[in-house]
Design a protein around this ligand. Structure first.
Ligand code: ADP
Ligand code: ZN
Ligand code: ZN
Length: 746
């Protein structure tokens, strides 16, 4: 027998896509030729579960021995890769993430892989059929095909593109199909070739845009960033909306492209990508790859391969693109870094911004965080000089900063939520042939349906929450568990037909505005009106077609859109969130208001913002209006420090949920008791307490919060808690989740 084989490791530790914190041991069968080739990062097929069921796993380590008796360890069934499917760098990142977030290692690794690879497919581009004209086809008279119009058109195109052939992309543009080609192939006029798919080169034949001359602040920012382009360095580009942050990225990207580096640009939501994409395409003559959740598994794998092999230089992606394998990554940009959608809210609860920074550190490359309303976390890091703080306080070009005005609602007669003054200002704006944006962060027609006779309120069967009325869809919809039922017209308690709605949502406001402003197009942007794939694009197109228009929408409006003719922004209810029980409520409200306000007057006309409020003298509203977000945030940070809240302390919450009312709470109570003897003095536990919406989707929910000024102490206690929970929930129907650095704590 070959000597080297004898010294090879005989076991592998495999991570499986299951919610367990351990890896699984398997034997490497002696007979297999690949025995010495098996390495961490390769996928294997292994027996798992009852009967002859199998699972795909990822090899985490090889070892000479197993902790289990050899007879119990099953052999792997097959090795799926000839080389690791995940680079060492990402392998380390996933390992780190599993430890930091105390999440089952298999789920972390599988989250980092595209779905097709999780299922065991090969990491290869799909192949496409290309058509070429044959020698015979080239010399065939087109007239001979006069009775077969489609064939004639196809052959003509094939003759015209004799050099390069017809790609599927070109065929779809020319409206040619494969069936026609097959008929011509039978006649010997065409031949086909299977080619591996790569980004269609047609997509970046755009006109190049001439970049504007940078202003002073932009120049300083760009120079600073370029000075640190070869090392790990975190910069916070803190620039008001319209200050030219994107322009700064583009300059830095340009320099890095010239150094043959790849750039990962992360954006919070797919809605933003088409606009960002167009701007990038008009500047750079290079392949840009998109990564987001609206792609098919096949498209994602192709994009993944393009980036891994270094063919795509710029990647624009949402949260999970932080795990994309790269050939020579040179910079990670996180646009709108404050956005909560960077944090995954279920399962593996990672924060893509924080992981991106960790990844950049491993690669020794810079990270650029950008926002008009930076998170308190990033501001605290900037204040402590851990991040390089770059400020842009002027609007780029000749745009001016919008003016914020409070509209006192106290004692006013309101018309469906609008004060008379607000309506008058809207009228004046429309008369100048300018546009108005109305912001209300509540979709649907009304948040509540009530009975006039008995006071009955329509609530969800599965949650402790009211159902929202959606008139157009004729439905009652639960925004917490997504269940819905038909809209009722009679009270189920007393039979009365006097049902009425309380409060307003965007759907109702749209209707009201249609009555007040009959001549003006009213466009609604929220999750309901943009469900269809191209709906958002269509709405934004309409906005650009008309001078006069009113846009009504939820927080979707706050994100990155550019509406040059909007000069008035109305915030219907500035008080929402101000008095929320979550300590992040203020931060989030200020970010939202500032972002929405930033939509006003982005071109040369000055914008105005009206904040309708019942608390015009409230410190927070006063500070935000007169001094702006930075001053507001500095106040907020001082308060967090006094109260020992994040980012000055480190926090984690443990959530438990079960069908039975007291079970989740009981479990956490017991955990607290058992844990408290092992904890360091500076660790503070709060709870367990019930979630604000206790029952959601039929599950009763409770939380336990842990806090410490020392990250190490917090992590040690979560590790203990995780172990305890895994043991104590084994045969119970209780689910638990660990959320490190949670954004929500209720
Ligand atoms: P932000 O990303 O901060 O919102 P953008 O980079 O999108 O800002 O810039 C806002 C607008 O100003 C864009 O239309 C952009 O083309 C323009 N712009 C940016 N920088 C300059 C500049 N130095 N001179 C003139 N126009 C500029
Ligand atoms: Zn009733
Ligand atoms: Zn519900």
């Amino acid at each position: 027998m070959d000597e080297t084989l004898l010294t090879q490791d005989a076991f592998v530790k495999v991570a499986l896509n299951v919610p367990l914190r351990s890896t699984f041991d398997y034997k490497i069968p002696k007979a297999l030729a690949y025995r010495h080739a098996i390495r961490p990062g390769m996928r294997v097929k292994v027996p798992f579960g009852k009967g002859d069921r199998h699972a795909i796993g990822l090899v985490i380590a090889t070892s000479a021995s197993s902790d289990y008796p050899e007879a119990q360890v099953k052999p792997i069934t097959a090795l799926l890769d000839d080389s690791p499917i995940i680079s060492q760098e990402l392998f380390d990142l996933c390992h780190w993430a599993a430890r930091y977030y105390h999440h089952p290692i298999g789920e972390v690794f599988f989250h980092a892989l595209p779905v097709s690879l999780r299922k065991g497919e090969r990491p290869e581009f799909r192949t496409e059929t290309w058509w070429f004209v044959t020698e015979q086809g080239l010399h065939t008279e087109l007239e001979s095909l006069n009775r077969a119009k489609l064939q004639k058109a196809f052959l003509e195109a094939a003759q015209q593109h004799a050099d390069h052939g017809l790609s599927p992309h070109l065929m779809s543009v020319l409206e040619l199909n494969n069936n026609t080609a097959k008929s011509l192939e039978k006649k010997g006029l065409l031949r086909s070739e299977q080619r591996s798919f790569k980004h269609a080169p047609e997509t970046h034949a755009h006109q190049r845009q001439v970049p504007p001359t940078l202003n002073e602040e932009q120049t300083v920012a760009t120079k600073t960033l370029l000075a640190h382009s070869d090392e790990f360095h975190v910069a916070l580009l803190d620039g008001i909306t319209g200050s030219g942050k994107t322009e700064v990225f583009l300059r830095v990207i340009d320099a890095l492209l010239k150094a043959d580096k790849q750039i990962l640009v992360m954006v919070p939501e797919i809605g933003l990508t088409p606009q960002t994409l167009r701007r990038f395409e008009s500047r750079f003559n290079t392949d840009i790859v998109l990564m987001h959740s609206n792609m098919t598994d096949r498209e994602r794998l192709d994009a993944w391969l393009m980036v891994e092999q270094g063919d795509a230089k710029i990647i624009i992606g949402t949260r999970s693109s932080v795990f994309i394998p790269t050939a020579k990554l040179g910079l990670i940009i996180i646009d709108e870094e404050h956005d909560a959608s960077y944090k995954q809210h279920e399962g593996f609860r990672y924060h893509a911004r924080d992981l991106a920074i960790k990844r950049a550190q491993g690669l020794n490359i810079p990270v650029l965080l950008a926002s008009a309303t930076p998170s308190y976390e990033s501001l605290a890091n900037a204040l402590q000089k851990r991040y390089h703080w770059l400020k842009l306080r002027q609007r780029a070009g000749d745009a001016q900063v919008p003016e914020m005005e409070r509209v006192d609602l106290r004692g006013q007669v309101l018309k469906q939520g609008f004060s008379e003054y607000t309506l008058e200002r809207m009228r004046q704006t429309l008369e100048r042939k300018e546009q108005v944006l109305v912001f209300l962060n509540r979709r649907g027609y009304a948040p509540t349906l009530m009975c006039h006779q008995c006071g009955w309120i329509a609530d969800c069967d599965h949650c402790d929450a009211n159902l929202t009325v959606h008139k157009r869809a004729n439905k009652l919809h639960c925004h917490h568990c997504d269940s819905h039922k038909a809209l009722l017209h009679q009270c189920p308690e007393c039979g009365s037909d006097e049902l009425f709605t309380v409060g307003e949502g965007t759907e109702q406001i749209e209707g009201v505005l249609n009555q007040y402003f009959k001549q003006t197009p009213i466009l609604r942007i929220d999750r309901d009106s943009t469900q269809r794939k191209s709906a958002l694009t269509q709405i934004t197109q309409k906005i650009h077609e008309h001078d006069q228009a009113i846009l009504v929408g939820t927080q979707m409006l706050a994100k990155g859109h550019h509406f040059p003719n909007v000069t008035l922004v109305v915030i219907m209810d500035a008080d929402v969130g101000l008095f929320s029980s979550d300590f992040r409520g203020m931060e989030r409200t200020a970010q939202l208001i500032t972002q929405v306000a930033g939509r006003a007057g982005r071109a040369s006309k000055r914008g105005h913002v009206l904040l309708q409020t019942y608390h015009p003298e409230h410190n927070a509203i006063e500070c935000l209006c007169s001094q702006g977000y930075e001053a507001f945030a500095m106040d907020g940070l001082r308060e967090r420090q006094q109260l020992a809240l994040p980012p000055f302390q480190h926090q984690a919450v443990i959530r438990a949920e079960s069908q039975h009312e007291q079970q989740a709470m009981g479990l956490l109570m017991q955990l607290r008791n058992d844990l408290s003897v092992h904890l360091s003095d500076d660790l503070q536990m709060v709870g367990p307490y019930a979630a604000i919406i206790v029952r959601k989707a039929g599950q009763h929910r409770a939380l336990l919060s842990l806090k410490s000024p020392q990250r190490g102490n917090l992590h040690a206690s979560i590790a203990l808690a995780a172990q305890w929970l895994e043991q104590n929930t084994k045969n119970q129907r209780i689910r638990f989740a660990i959320d490190v650095d949670p954004l929500e704590t209720f």
